[in-house]
Design a protein around this ligand. Structure first.
Ligand code: ZN
Length: 349
């Protein structure tokens, strides 16, 4: 029998991060007796007096949220990065005990005053202000900080402690590891080929059409060839774009549409509010040529085979390299075949 990617173990290369992953499609039939998570899918009220993100409520300390109506941004009361870290007296350390002081800040972005909504349950017209806020935060913080990370952590399975729809932005005066890897890979590719890595990749995906989940006139949403998480997706604008502030009004509207449609597919997969970490990668700010960068968003959901069974990155994956069973092609097809209407909108009876 000749080699078949749908049946035989192989490794796939991630050219964006410069990493390999192990794919074991023959394992998809193995029995499962592992941990089941609580899907935590209980109905929520539109306003929760005990939620520190709802309008008018008290946060840590004396801060009180205003009666906001759209997206609302505030400085994280427990920031991981601080703008006034002392730099004086910080020696660079010894070769085997290196460190560097870092400065930055962390903000929280509430997507909606409604405690009971999530992005896929919001109207496109309500998602556009979220996109505007992401772009404004990047524009604002890029003046001072080298890397501005916009992200959303959704669901208890991702360690998100509050179900109120919200995301975060962390800005720092350094290039984090993953940003550094993607920078190096995109730069090397652009120097070698004179073209953008992710746009070349997108062209070839659009010819093959094996891993595309959703498309509109400005954006493509797909399961990347090198996906690690079972239902991982990558979202790309189809023209060269460095970062979110460069998006035109049309592109922002089209982004709201494809985000909503893609996230509805996620929710419909196991008929649960689908947990994930998602975030934007765009060109870093500061000196130097950044024309090799193409804006994109990663979606990393932890669920594996139901609303309550998640994938763990353990054992071989912690010690050697990440591994998956389902292939990216199988997953893209599954996501494509799901209904476009949110499962909660289904007529009952
Ligand atoms: Zn990236």
């Amino acid at each position: 029998m000749p080699f078949d990617v749908e049946m035989h173990p192989h490794r796939r290369y991630n050219p964006l991060a410069g990493e390999w992953i192990l794919v074991s499609p023959h394992r998809t039939l193995r029995p499962w007796q592992g941990q089941r998570e609580d899907a935590g899918d209980k109905p929520r009220p539109a306003y929760d007096p005990g939620c520190y993100l709802c309008p008018g409520n008290r946060r840590a300390g004396d801060a009180v949220n205003p009666d906001y109506t759209g997206a609302f941004v505030f400085t994280n009361d427990f920031s991981a990065l601080l703008p006034d870290t002392p730099l004086e007296g910080a020696a660079s350390g010894k070769e085997l005990f290196r460190y560097e002081p870092v400065r930055g800040l962390c903000r929280v972005i509430c997507f909606s005053p409604r405690h009971d909504l999530t992005l896929p349950e919001m109207e496109e017209s309500q998602i556009v202000p979220v996109i505007e806020t992401w772009a404004d935060q990047v524009a604002d913080l890029s003046h001072e900080y080298r890397w501005v990370q916009v992200f959303e952590n959704k669901g208890g399975a991702m360690g998100c402690s509050n179900p109120h729809p919200h995301g975060q932005v962390w800005a720092g005066d350094f290039l984090p590891r993953i940003a550094e890897q993607e920078d190096a890979c995109q730069k090397a590719y652009a120097e070698r080929r004179g073209r953008l890595l992710l746009l070349d990749y997108l062209d070839q995906e659009r010819e093959r059409r094996e891993r595309i989940v959703e498309e509109n006139s400005h954006w493509t949403l797909l399961v990347p060839y090198w996906a690690v998480w079972p239902y991982e997706m990558l979202l790309l604008p189809r023209r060269p774009v460095g970062h979110l502030p460069e998006l035109t009004p049309d592109e922002r509207a089209a982004l709201a549409s494809i985000l909503r449609k893609g996230l509805i597919r996620y929710d419909n997969l196991f008929e649960t509010s689908f947990p994930y970490s998602m975030g934007w990668h765009g060109d870093p700010s500061g000196e130097g040529d950044r024309s090799h960068w193409q804006l994109h968003a990663h979606f990393y959901p932890p669920l594996l085979r139901s609303a309550t069974i998640r994938k763990f990155m353990v054992g071989y994956e912690m010690l050697a390299e990440p591994q998956r069973d389902l292939t990216a092609e199988q997953v893209a097809q599954k996501l494509r075949e799901l209904p476009e209407e949110h499962y909660k909108e289904k007529p009952t009876g």
